[in-house]
Design a protein around this ligand. Structure first.
Ligand code: BT5
Length: 244
């Protein structure tokens, strides 16, 4: 079923991801269902970080999928799907190509334009359902002081943008990429690697409470980030490292 055919829309909602979690705990949800709001008032990112979004200016939605076919060890493909669908949407609207910051942000011109928060419900060896939360800055021009490096589609394009059109485009790109991770995951991994932010650059990060540095090379077929350190190629999984 096309994404968004079933949409729960709210003028205001604390968090689309939280609503989606409650919904799937209560009832069967059709794949492709969207939770959407014009004003997300308590959006969040990883840990307890805040996702800021002014009313009627941005995309803040959660897509519910039921990828029972996807092996648990390949669940990172859902992050790649969302990241590349956002890059494609931004490119079509601004004419500029963004970059992906592993594991799940989209940057353009060194500034964050989108954040992704994915929560998978696992059952035994399969993924029962997945909540793909996407915040994409579309019309917003100013952010709170603590958000120093943000941008939006309208900023990058310099011309008028329709929020509704951008949302439809994003949903259609997500559908295309969902098909692609089923049929041609290697191509998706390859594209993601081509767009990897800080590729071949020296970065600082924290691993097990230790500050380290290394050169980002690529992601591997398990979705881990490969970083070159003193001539060795070390693989880091989701949540294992944080960047400064
Ligand atoms: C993320 O977290 O970037 C994931 C954000 C996911 C938001 C969506 S909106 C729909 C769904 N419902 C939710 O409640 N959440 C999801 P993280 O990597 O932890 O980054 C958070 C950091 O990004 C913050 O600490 C800020 O520094 C920065 N930030 C906050 N709002 C921003 C914005 N609008 N644009 C750019 N950066 C922002």
């Amino acid at each position: 079923m096309p994404f968004g055919d079933t949409t729960y829309f709210f003028d205001a909602l604390p968090s689309t991801n939280d609503y989606a979690s409650e919904l799937i705990a209560q009832q069967e949800v059709t794949e492709g269902t969207i939770i959407d709001t014009a004003h997300q008032t308590q959006g969040h990112g990883q840990k307890s970080r805040v996702w800021y979004s002014s009313a009627n200016e941005n995309i803040t939605l959660s897509l519910i999928l039921t990828p029972h076919w996807l092996p648990i060890e390949s669940q990172f493909l859902l992050n790649l799907m969302a990241s590349l669908a956002i890059v494609d949407t931004v490119a079509e609207k601004t004419g500029r190509h963004g970059q992906v910051k592993w594991p799940n942000d989209v940057y353009i011109n060194g500034k964050k334009i989108s954040g992704i928060l994915i929560k998978n419900q696992l059952q035994g060896s399969r993924i029962q359902s997945s909540i793909i939360g996407i915040g994409l800055n579309v019309l917003q021009n100013e952010w709170p002081e603590e958000v120093t490096k943000a941008t939006s589609i309208v900023r990058e394009s310099g011309h008028e943008i329709s929020l509704d059109e951008t949302k439809s485009l994003l949903l259609s790109n997500l559908e295309d990429l969902y098909d692609e991770i089923k049929t041609d995951p290697n191509n998706v991994i390859e594209r993601y690697n081509q767009l990897l932010l800080f590729k071949d650059e020296l970065v600082q990060f924290v691993y097990q409470n230790n500050s380290q540095n290394g050169i980002i090379k690529s992601i591997d077929r398990y979705g881990r980030l490969l970083i070159e350190q003193s001539g060795d190629l070390n693989a880091f999984g989701y949540g294992e490292i944080t960047f400064h």
